[in-house]
Write a protein that binds this ligand. Structure first.
Ligand code: GCO
Ligand code: MN
Length: 388
């Protein structure tokens, strides 16, 4: 049994999307299987479970087309729950995908009026997020893509998106909000192809913005696996670039429709490496979960509890991994080759270049090194299975 208590604490910084808890099990082939739950009940339920925060889309908490009075009432009610329970609003985002107006893109619609309508909706949501104290604001471009490539030029579409994000960065600065933007890549669904499908594409795009320092990435396990890529590596790339602002943990069988499975339910080893990355590199953002309960569930709470519990168990497994003698001895052996050459290329000089040209290597001898990865992987397997 893990030595630490598995009950979540606020220090764990767990957060859930309100929309995950509100998910009623509808899919393209079938209707809802569970009752509606209000945003306030979602937030209260999370607070009762010592969850640190909640994330929201504007229309998870305020119905589309609500009056200003209705909006202010919702904000007041949520602020009251936050004050009563201590739960935080950790992230806000705009629903720019549900209404038919977004059917051919929001920021990347060919119609400038739709692009401006989107920008206006996002500005309103930024105000809302600021009022609730969110410091991260996510952009997930659910409709930013195409089915018919003849319909728009992807370079023009990038330009429209860039202009809008530049405008919105300036809006945040003008309002004096302490808020960063975070872009969430996804390869497809609901569009046939979505723009900015991977972490690498978002990283490159951010550098073309007027305020790259205000924009980071919110990678999601499922979106990465839909592209057939490795979440551990994708999260790592965002982290290495100093851009990992927040995360969406969940599960997904590779190369399928967006399954939004519970974190750790599909691939425990991969979930372990993701947790290990965040822990080893002292990631300071929230541990956000973006998944839904199985359609067969009658409410969301087992899903919520197990997501946090799995992460805490994996946290403990990471601690054990870092202290496990056989694993650490093996890693020392693996990383112990030719240590006198470490860091040689960290700084260039003509002398260093010449020195490198003059070095002699024996590729056959280098290739003959034993790398006990079968043993290493088995040790990890046994650690996860609780054998060591
Ligand atoms: C998805 C998205 C959504 C959220 C997004 C916004 O289903 O693909 O991840 O769940 O709208 O994460 O933050
Ligand atoms: Mn997500």
């Amino acid at each position: 049994m893990p030595s630490q208590d598995l009950a979540p604490t606020r220090d764990d910084k767990f957060a859930f999307g309100v929309w995950c808890l509100q998910n009623r099990g509808r899919d393209p082939f079938g209707d809802a299987t569970r009752a509606e739950i209000s945003a306030l009940d979602c937030i209260r339920g999370l607070a009762q479970r010592n969850c640190y925060g909640f994330e929201f889309h504007d229309n998870d908490i305020i119905p589309f087309g609500a009056s200003a009075k209705q909006r202010d009432e919702v904000v007041r009610d949520i602020q009251k729950v936050m004050a009563d329970t201590g739960i935080k609003c950790t992230m806000g985002t705009t629903n720019t995908f549900h209404h038919p107006v977004f059917k051919d893109g929001a920021f990347t619609s060919t119609d400038p009026a739709v692009r401006l309508y989107t920008t206006q909706k996002v500005m309103n949501c930024i105000d809302l997020a600021a009022e609730l104290g969110a410091e991260v604001f996510v952009f997930w471009g659910g409709r930013e893509g195409v089915e018919v490539d003849a319909s728009k030029d992807p370079v023009s579409a990038s330009g429209w998106l860039r202009d809008s994000l530049n405008f919105l960065c300036e809006y945040v600065l003008a309002q004096g909000y302490s808020m960063k933007f975070s872009m969430e890549p996804k390869p497809n669904e609901p569009r046939g192809d979505l723009y900015l499908p991977t972490v690498g594409s978002v990283l490159a795009f951010i550098q073309t913005l007027r305020h790259p320092e205000m924009v980071g990435i919110n990678p999601e396990t499922a979106h990465i696996k839909m592209a057939g890529l490795n979440p551990y590596h994708e999260f790592a790339q965002a982290l290495d670039a100093g851009k990992l602002l927040d995360v969406h943990l969940n599960g997904q069988k590779p190369l399928r429709f967006d399954q939004d499975l519970t974190f750790g339910s599909d691939d425990l080893k991969e979930a372990f490496y993701t947790a290990k990355l965040l822990i080893d590199h002292r990631y300071e953002g929230t541990i956000g979960f973006d998944a839904h309960p199985y359609r067969t569930e009658s409410d969301c709470w087992d899903f919520v509890d197990r997501s946090m519990r799995t992460y805490k168990i994996l946290q403990e497994k990471v601690r054990r991994y870092n202290e496990c003698r056989p694993i650490q001895d093996l890693l020392r052996e693996i990383h112990g080759a030719n240590t006198h050459l470490k860091g040689f290329t960290a700084r260039f000089s003509r002398e260093a270049a010449q020195k490198l040209k003059d070095m002699s290597f024996d590729p056959v001898a280098l290739a003959s090194r034993k790398l006990s990865y079968e043993r290493l992987d088995q040790l990890v397997t046994e650690l996860l299975l609780g054998v060591i």
